[in-house]
Write a protein that binds this ligand. Structure first.
Ligand SMILES: O=P(O)(O)O[C@H]1O[C@H](CO)[C@@H](O)[C@H]1O
Ligand SMILES: O=c1cc[nH]c(=O)[nH]1
Length: 254
């Protein structure tokens, strides 16, 4: 392991760790898994009796439900994640331990470039690692790429479903309230379309474990002008329900 004045840059390639998620005797979850940040859309599917609860992701403060459904005759599970990059990597590793092997994540993001219309779907091909968790899974570097197998499956599936997306780079930050003018300008200049808090963590942990994963984002609030415009981004129910349905369809191509 290297030594660095900055602890976050001391990457340890040892794949073993003292603490790992607990394995059930037999896999509990289907291999195909959707991770969604759209709680109200998931709750709507529960009210429509389309989902059966099968397990929970546990934490000290909250237990998050994992559901099962059939899509195109195939079993799929769908889960709410813990937020931010450390939450994302724990979510992925725990779902994987429970039996999930292939992942489509869907969430929302802030827009860094003008003209990205509310609800536009983005397929991130890489994420700028302005967070901490990814540094425990990959050598230090500026970006984490979407795992190649996941990106290929997502492109194939989206083309076949006829869903238009914008491919691009996203900025993953740990600090929601430190998205400053200069940082926004710098990230936009390096090609980031969006900002969110999990993508680099998901990409890094998926690469570490060799798991096919892709993420879909929708263009939400707007940070490209002088003042922040929320655009009511987290109340876009139709956009969010539709994107969840797209993710459920897409994972059948994985
Ligand atoms: O739509 P969701 O994906 O909630 O996520 C975005 O919103 C949260 C911040 O408000 C972060 O988790 C960020 O990634
Ligand atoms: O992380 C995020 C998510 C949405 N909007 C932002 O500005 N940041």
């Amino acid at each position: 392991m290297n030594h660095s004045p900055f602890p976050i840059l001391e990457f340890d390639p040892d794949r073993r760790a003292k603490l790992t998620p607990e394995h059930p005797d037999t896999p509990l979850l289907p291999q195909r898994c959707v991770i969604t940040f759209f709680r109200e859309a998931l709750e709507e599917l529960v009210r429509e009796q389309k989902l059966d609860p099968i397990a929970y992701l546990h934490s000290e403060i909250v237990d998050l439900p994992i559901y099962r459904l059939k899509r195109d005759g195939e079993p799929v599970c769908v889960a709410l994640p813990f937020a931010t990059s450390p939450g994302a990597v724990c979510t992925l590793e725990e779902l994987h331990t429970l039996g999930a092997e292939k992942f489509v994540v869907c969430g929302g993001a802030g827009c860094l470039t003008p003209g990205l219309e509310l609800g536009r779907i983005i397929l991130p091909v890489s994420a700028v690692r302005d967070e901490g968790a990814s540094y425990h899974y990959l050598e230090p570097g500026r970006e984490a790429a979407c795992p190649a197998e996941g990106l290929a499956a997502a492109r194939r599936g989206l083309a076949s479903l006829g869903i238009p997306v914008l491919e691009g780079k996203t900025w993953t930050t740990d600090a929601l309230y430190r998205e400053t003018e200069e940082k926004i300008a710098r990230r936009a200049a390096e090609g980031c379309l969006t900002v969110e808090m999990e993508c680099a963590g998901f990409f890094a942990a998926a690469q570490f474990h060799g798991l096919p994963l892709a993420q879909l984002l929708y263009a939400g609030d707007d940070l490209s002008a002088d003042t922040w415009d929320s655009r009511g981004w987290d109340r876009q129910h139709t956009v969010r329900r539709n994107l969840l349905e797209t993710a459920l369809d897409l994972v059948t191509y994985f």
